[in-house]
Design a protein around this ligand. Structure first.
Ligand code: M6R
Length: 601
């Protein structure tokens, strides 16, 4: 989704800071980009397409035109109007004195636009955002001071916004936040605003998390945050633990591959201090003081929804009733809530609008809420009653990989802590080993050669049962996201109830078969069904049920606790998707049409 970066400072390199920040926000997904640099004069350049197109446009202009102590940058993910130069941000007023970047949706923009057009204002874009610079300009013409003008304009807006504004002749930047992410970075003689921390991580790790309704003014000498009534708000400065180097590619061809290979480390971080190996129990500090819930409802989207399905089953296996819901469905059709119920949002970003909306719906109806997230200070972390962090570090690839496996581990910790039970020692032992088990999969995976066998296939199916089912769904989602090829995940037993009609000799089937229990035996039965229809079969297996005997190809995983085997199988499926996408030369880190953080409903 749209990315914002804003800068005020004395470095003399405003444009470079902005372009670097935008480059660090590319992972959010975008289709156009722009910058504005202010001071005595205000210069704007914006282009549809990749950041490179903008850099070329700025580079071919006289770069001295872009000198000044204050600036804004934006990557746009289209909502109102197609990706064109005109619709790219920053948007300006008619005189080019006010430049605005925006993330979110101005819901009453049609009324505001009609009002402004009736006054003779000429619009140059189809966006909802363009009303904002015109509203500010009108206030300035009415002789409001710059800060008052920006405040007055934002008061007219309905909907969601993270806004940043520069005005010609003013060495200050104004920003405001309502239901859209915006953070403040505090450096020496410089300060930043951005949609997300990586935008300024090369310059500072000191961060102020802004709340809805807050307004920021950045000056060369410092920053102030005020509330909707203009009263100054004391905000704590947090130091983020992410290192700038964590956001680089470290020699890998893609961030996605780097993040797949980082999983042993990210899982160790997730587990650090949470395993009491002597006592054979898990400890999750963030959950101190929480009672065992009567029942649990998970809300989530996409990959996080697959993690939620897995978490719900873990809890049910321990005797706690639990269900997983798509957050966008739950937000408008919530499940009934009773005393003692806990609603858990699973969201790596903590900013997914659908998930926030579902959590707010649950909280509004009296539920206790908890979020399992990767981002400290994210909106969900701040709004929920409790937050548990998966500590995966920054994930730049749009397709979630390491955050999914950290979610699975986090959900095992949550389930053990919230639902107790007597199987903790086995789990603790297996969790302790899981980073090494993942490393073994990464070291020995045959995924790259398996995908070579299916050069001409155009549809791929993924089967799983029990805890293997969410992993089959996730395997298919990852595959379609980064290869752009048709892939579907199914509960293995469901295939014969309809989808089997799609199975042919040209449709490879990946089956997750772990352990040697009833679920594995039944899944092998389903494998035989597809084999009888000539489908090439790949089993992802620990070998316990000898499923390899019925397969054309085997992707092996180490034997482990049955709750963690699906996690290891998922790593194989990540590699399958990655190698297939690399073979097809896809845009793996930034798949077409997708955004990392989906901040609109
Ligand atoms: O930040 P979240 O975990 O809430 O994001 C939810 C989905 O948008 C996300 O998982 C999406 O499906 C990814 N593209 C998956 O790779």
């Amino acid at each position: 989704m749209c990315g914002i970066v804003g800068y005020v400072g004395d470095s003399g390199s405003t444009l470079d800071v902005l372009l670097g920040g935008l480059s660090n926000l590319e992972y959010r997904g975008y289709d156009s980009a722009g910058v504005a640099v202010g001071g005595e004069t205000l210069r704007v350049e914006k282009r549809a397409g990749e950041l490179e197109t903008l850099e070329a446009a700025v580079g071919s202009a006289d770069r001295r035109r872009f000198e000044g102590p204050v600036g804004l940058g934006h990557t746009r993910w289209s909502t109102h109007g197609p990706p064109t130069d005109e619709n790219a941000h920053p948007h300006t007023d008619e005189d080019g004195r006010v430049a605005v970047v925006h993330n979110g949706i101005v819901e009453n923009y049609r009324d505001l636009r009609d009002e402004l057009e009736a006054e003779g204002v000429a619009f140059t874009s189809e966006t909802d955002t363009e009303v904002v610079p015109h509203l500010i300009a009108r206030e300035l013409r009415g002789e409001a001071d710059p800060e008052a003008a920006v405040r007055a304009a934002t008061e007219r807006l309905e909907g969601s916004y993270a806004l940043a504004v520069v005005i010609e002749g003013i060495d200050a930047l104004f920003a405001a936040r309502q239901d859209s992410p915006l953070v403040l970075g505090v450096g020496e003689g410089e300060s930043f605003v951005a949609s997300d921390v990586p935008a300024f991580l090369d310059h500072t790790r000191d961060v102020v998390y802004l709340d809805d309704g807050e307004f920021v003014r950045l000056d060369p000498g410092g920053w102030t945050v005020t509330d909707a009534e203009g009263r100054q708000v004391e905000k704590p400065v947090h130091t983020v633990e992410w290192e700038a180097e964590e956001t680089g590619k470290s020699g890998y061809d893609h961030y996605t591959l780097k993040e797949i290979h980082e999983q042993p480390r990210s899982l160790r971080q997730c587990l650090s201090g949470r395993l009491d190996e002597l006592g054979g129990r898990v400890t999750v500090e963030e959950l101190d003081g929480i009672d065992a819930p009567a029942s649990v409802q998970f809300v989530a989207c996409g990959t996080s929804y697959h993690a939620a399905l897995y978490g719900a089953q873990l809890l049910r296996d321990r005797g706690t009733p639990a269900t997983a819901h798509y957050a966008h469905e739950y937000a408008t059709a919530p499940a009934p809530i009773a005393d003692g119920d806990l609603v858990i949002g699973v969201t790596q970003s903590g900013e997914t609008a659908d998930t926030l909306s579902a959590l707010r719906e649950a909280a509004g109806r009296g539920a206790e809420t908890l979020v399992l997230t990767n981002v400290v200070g994210s909106t969900a972390a701040r709004e929920c009653d409790h937050a548990v962090y998966i500590r995966a570090g920054p994930e730049i690839g749009v397709a979630a990989t390491k955050t999914f496996t950290s979610q699975l581990v986090g959900l095992n910790l949550l389930a053990a802590r919230l639902a107790g039970g007597d199987r903790q020692r086995d789990l603790v032992d297996a969790l302790r080993r899981v980073p090494d088990d993942v490393q073994a999969v990464l070291d020995e995976s045959g995924a790259a050669s398996v995908v070579e066998a299916f050069a001409d296939s155009e549809a791929f199916f993924f089967l799983g049962r029990g805890l293997g089912y969410p992993v089959a769904l996730e395997g298919a989602l990852k595959f379609k996201e980064i290869t752009y090829e048709h892939a579907e995940g199914f509960a293995a037993g469901e295939l014969k109830h309809g989808p089997l009609a799609l199975v042919t000799g040209e449709t490879p089937v990946f089956a997750v078969v772990t352990g040697d229990g009833e679920a594995a035996r039944k899944t092998i039965g389903n494998v035989k069904e597809v084999e009888a229809r000539d489908a090439p079969v790949v089993v992802v297996t620990d070998g316990a049920a000898e499923a390899g005997r019925y397969a054309d190809h085997v992707l092996e995983i180490p034997e482990t606790d049955p709750r963690l085997a699906p996690l290891l199988a998922n790593v194989q499926l990540q590699l399958v998707a990655y190698h297939r996408a690399a073979r097809l030369d896809r845009s793996i880190d930034k798949p077409r049409h997708l955004a990392k953080s989906v901040t609109v409903e």
